[in-house]
Design a protein around this ligand. Sequence first.
Ligand code: M6R
Length: 614
Amino acid sequence: MCGIVGYVGQKSVASVLLVGLEKLEYRGYDSAGIALVNSNELTVTKAKGRIAHLERALRLKNINGTIGIGHTRWATHGEPSQTNAHPHVNTDGTIAVVHNGIIENYLSLMEELIGKGYVFASETDTEVIPHLVDMYLKEVSSVQEAFRKSIARLEGKYAIAMVTEKEPEKIFFVRNGSPLILAEATDVNGEQELFLASDAPAFIPLAKKVYYLKNGEWGYLNHGLHLFNDKDVRIEPDLQDLKIDVGQVLLGEFEHYMLKEIHEQPDIVQKILTERITEDNKIRFDELELKPEFLAGVGRFIIQASGTSLNAGRIAKLYFENFANVTTDADYSSEFRYRNPVAGGDTVVIGISQSGETADTLAGIYEARSKFLKVLSFVNNVNSTIARESDGIIDLFAGPEIGVASTKAYIAEVLNLLLFSIYLAEIRFMMDESEKIEILNQLKKLPDQMRKVLTHTAKIHELAEKLKEKTSVLFLGRTYNFATALEGALKLKEISYIHAEGYAAGEFKHGPIALISEDVPVIVVAPKGEMRTKMISNLQEVKARKGQVIAVVSENDSELAGLADKVLEIPETPEFISSLLTILPLQLLSYHTALKRGCDVDKPRNLAKSVTVE
Ligand code: M6R
């Protein structure tokens, strides 16, 4: 969602901030702004829409500064507009604040401030912050004290950065629930540079050392990092190496991040297999702090996640039940957090999240903890809040995912969950060595099989050309590929804006079949396996009603190829592994359809990469 950047250094501050904001564009935003301080004077520039608009506005003003903060806003309180864009300022424009998250008590604070004569310019919750600091500055002598007093008044989740004319050499910051990272670098002249940002890609390629702030930590940047904990005790930040390299966040030869990330999938699968499977075919999760004796005794898993991550979780439910013989539920985090689940002490709650910052998934984890249940999370960002709040974590190893439509994280989630289920099956004595080795051997074929699927682009282009005219598309699948149907539909709708729904094919007759017409294509996911014959029946039902069928089938399935209007082929593999292949042509199909409709594939309308508010 929103993005924050801040910079203190010798380079052109406006340029560093603009580049940082561009790197955070993928998070989703609808307006942007920058506050620069130069010779004790604060200048705020804001624009609705893309960062290019902000850049134009800055060029017209022809200003720069020695320090500055910037923000990309994804509207929550108040429409996307220049007025509601951050930074927000106090009445005389001497204090500027950028903020991610939500100030839950902003209405009561606003009332108090209005009672003291403050006038609000925007509809945002953020604007209370510069006015609060202004109010406290009338009582205390330093900005540091006023900032501290102000943040003590805030309820909710936030990451905040602030600059002022009163102490123009400092950027103040605090983290409480929303991520914020500090970074340090040395420029070519050996001078120190300091950064802050809501997400690490903003620093690339400048900073190499980072510090992930913990909740309650606050401080300021000027000549050095000045950090305090929530008890106001000064602490030394323990800087770590930034483990993202430039190549991971640059487009390279690809036109879009989504396409790049789709094509990275075979290598990611290879990496996961190499990291997780030892030479003597043992499955290992080195980072997992939950002991095998504990996991062997778990009576039930509740998987809770959102969007694509939940689709991966739905497949995992089948893996856990079929291989490890353990009762498993998979639920939307947004439902789980409110449904007061009945769960015994031997229940483990699993969170799955690419970003590790999804508000609902995090709330689900807090819900589990309130019931004293252990939490295991599968995350792509091991420094995220979800990772920190969990008893055990499993790293997805997908590398930074920039495209808003999740692709490689999904594959990494499904594969790690599959490997974890095999690990569980082993420690619970539900799988013998030969069965395990057979599965692992099949998995080792996956990278090449995936590469093969990704080369079938001619057919995808042809189909995308047809699909781009449609207003509605249905996806059908069963068991492991029911999730593929859901995920295929999610991909298509989120980037091409074509209405798409995924259904469990057995439910088709119970309602959705009424939608069939020549204008509503049906994508039937029917690789070889137990469900294939059932899927053929569904396909026939569509054809009998003059529906157009695109089928995702195993290679050389001439029977299905003869029944469908078009087929997309995947190499033959056991059904439980097939969902790692069947999704690939559907990702490509969504991508090319969206492109042919002129959609902004990497920044689809209204969507944010990580949904950090409820
Ligand atoms: O970061 P998370 O995995 O927790 O995100 C969950 C969903 O917001 C995410 O998967 C979303 O559905 C994607 N845009 C799907 O492509």
